[in-house]
Design a protein around this ligand. Structure first.
Ligand SMILES: Nc1ncnc2c1ncn2[C@@H]1O[C@H](COP(=O)(O)OP(=O)(O)OP(=O)(O)O)[C@@H](O)[C@H]1O
Length: 368
């Protein structure tokens, strides 16, 4: 277990009572404003002292109120990356990066400077002052500074929230590399389902100070009702696929997933690249028979594994498509008229343009 949190804390009229464990390399904390995400991050980092409970990071107990253990902030070895990078304006990038090390005892400094610079692609920025960097570059430097302090855990509290979509897209691949090659587990606070679909290996969903769900990213994202606040059907399945080939004449790429081949708008990655793809529940329709004469390019056969009926007009139908878990959001009327029940074989139909390009990320093969 990388992270174990079981705390109770009151502040103002707000009661946080959060309990979860995560073994994921990137754990996303997701929930509406005021649900307690930052309070949890601050409790892990030592900025908030919870009244009751226990926090364990990489088998090290940071807080245990029953045992009277409270490791002070500066002894925790927790890295922080804030929404605005908080770099020192009077120091160049190299000195900003090295600043991270000053608080780490010499014998514990194991992170290699050049490796971090390379991982984050900031070698060409070393002599520059923060005021001359773009928002995305500043965040990459802030991440590097936190990493060079040799943390046991990296806390990122909405690190991309102040960036526009283009800057976010520029920084995602670096966070993916950090997740897959950085060797430091990450806790990321995010409001965006697309962002966590792309980056998270584990997800903790919070609501009003309580954990409403936690588990692996593919498992949690399939339950669309957990993400109701982000839009009626923002959630969907995460599947792992590889780039099979490109059809340049049509501007398309064919991916291979366990569920079958998937045709998507062209992705500029070489054949063989592993990717995670988010298939939103609202973009999938179901058919009892293999359709013919249909313009949609993706038709995946599968079995209904369960039906999530939360009482509203739409229902989430969980599918097992040769080992890939998909979810389709259909009307309650369709469930009844088509006679959809667990065990029935169906065809999932997805338009190729329905893939969420924002959520298309690379994935380490052992991830999913
Ligand atoms: N120092 C404090 N004193 C009193 N109440 C506080 C304090 N800090 C936060 N709160 C309250 O605790 C609740 C949880 O806040 P928190 O910042 O953890 O939420 P959040 O999920 O991170 O929200 P956001 O997404 O808006 O950042 C809120 O109701 C907030 O008003």
């Amino acid at each position: 277990m990388i992270l174990g949190v079981d705390i109770r804390h009151e502040q103002g009229g707000f009661v946080l009572q959060a309990r979860f464990q995560s073994g994921g390399r990137l754990t996303a904390l997701f929930g509406p404003s005021g649900s307690g995400k930052t309070t949890i991050v601050n409790a892990i980092g030592g900025l908030v002292r919870p009244e009751h409970g226990r926090i364990v990071v990489q088998d090290r107990v940071l807080i245990d109120t029953e045992m009277d253990v409270f490791v002070p902030k500066h002894r925790r070895r927790i890295g922080y990356v804030f929404q605005e990078g908080r770099l020192f304006p009077h120091l160049d990038v190299r000195r900003n990066l090295l600043f991270g090390r000053w608080f780490t005892p010499r014998r514990e400094r194991t992170t290699n400077f050049d490796h971090v610079v390379d991982l984050l692609g900031i070698g060409h920025l070393l002599a520059r002052r923060p005021s001359t960097l773009s928002g995305g570059e500043k965040q990459r430097v802030a991440i590097g500074r936190a990493l060079l302090a040799d943390p046991q855990l990296l806390l990122m509290d909405e690190p991309l929230a102040s960036l526009d979509e283009a800057r976010k897209a520029e920084i995602y691949p670096y966070i993916e590399r950090l997740r897959d090659e950085g060797g430091v587990p990450i806790v990321l606070v995010s409001h965006s389902v697309a962002e966590i679909a792309r980056l998270a290996t584990s997800i903790v969903v919070l609501s009003e100070g309580r954990v409403t769900a936690s588990g692996s990213a593919p498992e949690i994202l399939r339950h669309t009702n957990l993400f109701a606040q982000a839009g009626p059907a923002e959630a969907g399945a995460l599947v792992e696929a590889r780039v099979l080939r490109h059809e340049d004449g049509y501007g398309l790429t064919i991916l291979q997933a366990k569920a079958g081949p998937l045709t998507v708008p062209r992705i500029d990655r070489p054949a063989g690249t592993p990717l995670r793809v988010r298939l939103r529940a609202r973009d999938i329709i179901l058919s009892l028979h293999r359709p013919e004469g249909l313009s949609a390019l993706n038709v995946l056969p599968g079995l209904i594994s369960s039906i999530d009926d939360t009482g509203g007009p739409s229902v989430d139908v969980m599918l097992d498509c040769h080992g890939d878990g998909l979810v389709a959001r259909v009307t309650r009327k369709s469930v009844s008229e088509l006679g959809l029940v667990p065990g029935l074989s169906v065809h999932a139909i997805i338009k190729s343009i329905a893939f969420d390009p924002e959520a298309l990320g690379t994935v380490a093969p052992q991830d999913m």
